[in-house]
Design a protein around this ligand. Structure first.
Ligand SMILES: NC(=O)C1=CN([C@@H]2O[C@H](COP(=O)(O)OP(=O)(O)OC[C@H]3O[C@@H](n4cnc5c(N)ncnc54)[C@H](OP(=O)(O)O)[C@@H]3O)[C@@H](O)[C@H]2O)C=CC1
Ligand SMILES: O=CC(=O)O
Length: 276
């Protein structure tokens, strides 16, 4: 995601300095015109605005708090925008330390996958510092097709988790439907056609269904991240005493898929749990 987003920014004339834990993964971005910062702190030192796009809460915290992390160089006049999918508590912790050093902070997780990231078609769910939001709208306009400003810190993270909880539950229902159609003697391709003409037609079924029927799961949204999002959404449900039996069952299916070694496949690989 981070690579596709950086390429888009470069293509639209933004000056971009990149860092990645595995530094060699920056090479392709250098070919597109990016500079490299040796550490998160080096990026912050050089740039007025820094965008983070990291796997999970542990990674998001590590890049801020660890040695040579963002916190070492953040100061007044600089903005830190975390676009990773994390929980509200992680985002609040980051916000607190960034602002305590005079920096400004925005959480801005995104909806949309690898292709929307490449095409600048993400949906951006921002919350936190409104001034910073207004300053970075030109970049959001390049990265996404629509940005929402959702108010106080945590609201962007929560919105993203609600959306992905729904998406993960849908993917499990869809998988069961394909298997049920197949095992009961129906052509799964015809099921896709029927679904596509009705009230529950959606781009996810249309894009992923044909590959799933062939047991193919080219990674767009890694299954391990979808399971992380289900876990974080269920914790949000716990906090708010919201019963979520469907999401809990979907989470178990994603955990099973991880245990089968499918974590780095696309999240549609949860389909495999039904035949294993
Ligand atoms: N892929 C998708 O379709 C979408 C993903 N998202 C969210 O965006 C975020 C990124 O997703 P995606 O790009 O797919 O994930 P990837 O797994 O492809 O990339 C994760 C990134 O996090 C880095 N990272 C992991 N752990 C650490 C750590 N401890 N310290 C520093 N860096 C670390 C990785 O570095 P390294 O290269 O060294 O491993 C890598 O750059 C996730 O929060 C995901 O949920 C949101 C919308 C869509
Ligand atoms: O978080 C994943 C997505 O596709 O959105």
């Amino acid at each position: 995601m981070g690579k596709a987003m950086a390429v888009n920014l470069l293509r639209h004339g933004f000056k971009v300095t990149v860092w990645n834990r595995t530094l060699s993964r920056c090479d392709e971005l250098v070919q597109h015109g990016a500079s490299v910062g040796e550490t998160p702190a080096a990026v912050i030192k050089k740039c007025k605005y820094t965008i983070a796009m990291l796997s999970d809460p542990a990674a998001a915290l590590s890049v801020v708090f660890d040695k040579h992390g963002a916190l070492e160089q953040i100061c007044g006049g600089k903005g830190y925008i975390d676009m990773s999918t994390v929980d509200a508590d992680t985002s609040s912790q980051i916000s607190q330390v960034i602002t305590s050093k005079g920096g400004s902070f925005l959480e801005a997780p995104v909806s949309g996958s690898k292709k929307p990231a490449e095409d600048g078609q993400l949906v951006i769910l921002a919350a936190g510092d409104k001034d910073l939001y207004d300053q970075v709208v030109p970049a959001f306009d390049v990265l996404g097709k629509k940005s929402f400003f959702l108010g106080q810190i945590g609201n962007g993270a929560k919105m993203k988790l609600v959306v992905n909880m729904i998406m993960g539950s849908m993917m499990n229902a869809f998988s069961e439907g394909i298997v049920l159609a197949d095992k009961s003697g129906l052509d799964p391709h015809t099921l896709l056609d029927v679904l596509d003409l009705g009230a529950i037609a959606n781009p996810m079924f249309k894009m992923k269904g044909p590959a799933m029927i062939k047991n193919s799961y080219p990674p767009a949204f890694p299954l391990k991240h979808q399971q992380k999002d289900m876990r974080l959404a269920l914790a949000l449900g716990d906090e708010n005493a919201v019963p979520m039996p469907v999401a809990a069952a979907a989470n178990e299916a994603f955990k099973k898929a991880r245990s089968l070694g499918l974590g780095d496949h696309d999240f549609s690989a949860v389909f495999e749990t039904l035949s294993k």
